[in-house]
Design a protein around this ligand. Structure first.
Ligand code: DON
Length: 306
C-alpha cells in the first residue's frame, strides 16, 4: 500500500509526463461537434474513501461524458424496474465495436449488454417509460447531480444536436430494435433522449464525485442498493470498454467505463472513485492517454479488485 500522501505528487508527475510524451490518439470525429476538440488535454481526479479529492491537469474543464452516461441510465432503470431489464438486454461482453449491429441480427434483437449502443438504447427506452423525453432526462440529470452533490451539471445541446443530425448508425440500431419488438417507445423519441443523455458534460472532479456511489465509498449518497452497485461495477469490468474490455481489465484490474468524449470512470470498490479525461482515442474508441494513466495509477497505488 502506497503512502496516500504521495498521491498528489504522483498525479502531477503523471500529468507532466503524458503531456511531454504527446501521444494523444485521435478525437472522435463521427460526432462533428466533438471533432474540433483539442486532443492535447488531460485531467485526472481521485476521490478516496476518506473523502479527500485530489487531481492533476484540467480537472475543472467540462467534457462530454458520452457513454459514461450509460452507467447512470442503467442505475436509474434498475432502480425503477429491477431485474426485468434483463429479459430485454444481456450481460455478456460483445467483443464487437460499441456501435456494431452484427450480433443484433444473430441474437434476435436482444443486445449483448447495456453498455454497447444497442443495449443502451433499450435501457433509455425503459428510462423513457412512455414519459416525455424531458422527464426522463430530468431523472438521469437529477441522479447525476445527486450522486456528485453538485447542481452545476448540464446537457450540452450543441453536442446532442450534432449527434442527432449525423447518428445514422444509432438510427439504424434503434429501428432494428423496433423491428424485433424490443422497443416500446417511438425510435426517434428514444434516439433523441439517448443523444441528450450522452451529451451531459462534466469535469473530472464532478465525475469522480458522482462515481462514489458506484465505488461504494463511505459517505457517498445512497442512490442504489449494494447489490445493484456491485452488479453495475461487474458490468463495467466485463463490458465497460467494449471490445477493449479485456485489455483494460488486464492493464488495470479495475472496473471502468469509457466514453468517446475521452472520459473514463473507474470504481475502486471501497477505496476510491477515479475520473480521467483525455479526448484522443485508441483503436477501440477509448481514451489513449486516459487508459495509460489508469494503468499507471493502478500500479502506483496497488489498487485492483483481484
Ligand atoms: O452513441 C454514440 O455513438 C455516442 N453517443 C456514445 C458512444 C461512446 O461513447 C462509445 N465509447 N467509447
Amino acid at each position: 500500500m502506497t503512502d496516500p500522501d504521495r498521491l498528489p505528487a504522483f498525479l502531477d508527475t503523471l500529468d507532466a509526463e503524458l503531456r511531454a510524451r504527446g501521444e494523444w490518439g485521435r478525437v472522435a470525429d463521427y460526432i462533428p461537434e466533438l471533432a474540433g476538440v483539442d486532443p492535447a488535454q488531460f485531467a485526472i481526479s481521485v476521490v478516496r474513501a476518506d473523502g479527500s479529492v485530489t487531481g492533476a491537469g484540467q480537472c475543472d474543464t467540462r467534457f462530454s461524458i458520452q457513454s459514461i452516461s450509460k452507467i447512470f441510465a442503467l442505475a436509474c432503470v434498475l432502480n425503477r424496474i429491477g431485474d426485468s431489464l434483463w429479459s430485454r438486454v444481456g450481460r455478456e461482453p460483445s467483443g464487437d465495436r460499441f456501435d456494431s449491429i452484427l450480433l443484433l441480427e444473430q441474437e434476435q434483437g436482444r443486445p449483448r449488454n447495456p453498455f454497447i449502443n444497442a443495449g443502451a438504447l433499450v435501457t433509455t427506452d425503459e428510462l423513457l417509460a412512455g414519459r416525455p423525453p424531458r422527464e426522463a432526462l430530468s431523472e438521469i440529470i437529477g441522479f447525476v447531480r445527486a450522486a456528485a452533490e453538485e447542481d452545476d451539471i448540464h446537457i450540452d445541446k450543441a453536442v446532442a444536436a450534432s449527434e442527432a443530425a449525423t447518428g445514422y448508425r444509432n438510427a439504424a440500431l434503434v429501428n432494428y430494435l423496433k423491428s424485433f419488438d424490443n422497443l416500446r417507445n417511438a425510435p426517434e423519441r428514444v434516439l433523441g433522449t439517448y443523444v441528450h443523455q450522452c451529451a451531459i458534460e462534466m469535469t473530472t472532479r464532478q465525475l469522480a464525485l458522482a462515481g462514489r456511489c458506484i465505488a461504494g465509498l463511505p459517505g457517498a449518497p445512497m442512490l442504489m442498493t449494494e447489490a445493484k452497485r456491485r452488479r453495475i461495477a461487474a458490468l463495467m469490468m466485463t463490458c465497460g470498454h467494449y471490445d477493449g474490455s479485456g485489455d483494460f481489465a488486464f492493464r488495470t484490474g479495475l472496473p471502468g467505463k469509457s466514453g468517446v468524449g475521452g472520459g473514463i470512470l473507474i470504481a475502486v470498490p471501497g477505496r476510491a472513485s477515479v475520473a480521467i479525461w483525455s479526448p484522443g482515442l485508441n483503436a477501440w474508441g477509448n481514451s489513449q492517454a486516459g487508459t495509460e494513466a489508469a494503468e499507471r495509477l493502478a500500479r502506483f497505488t496497488g489498487w485492483s479488485v483481484f
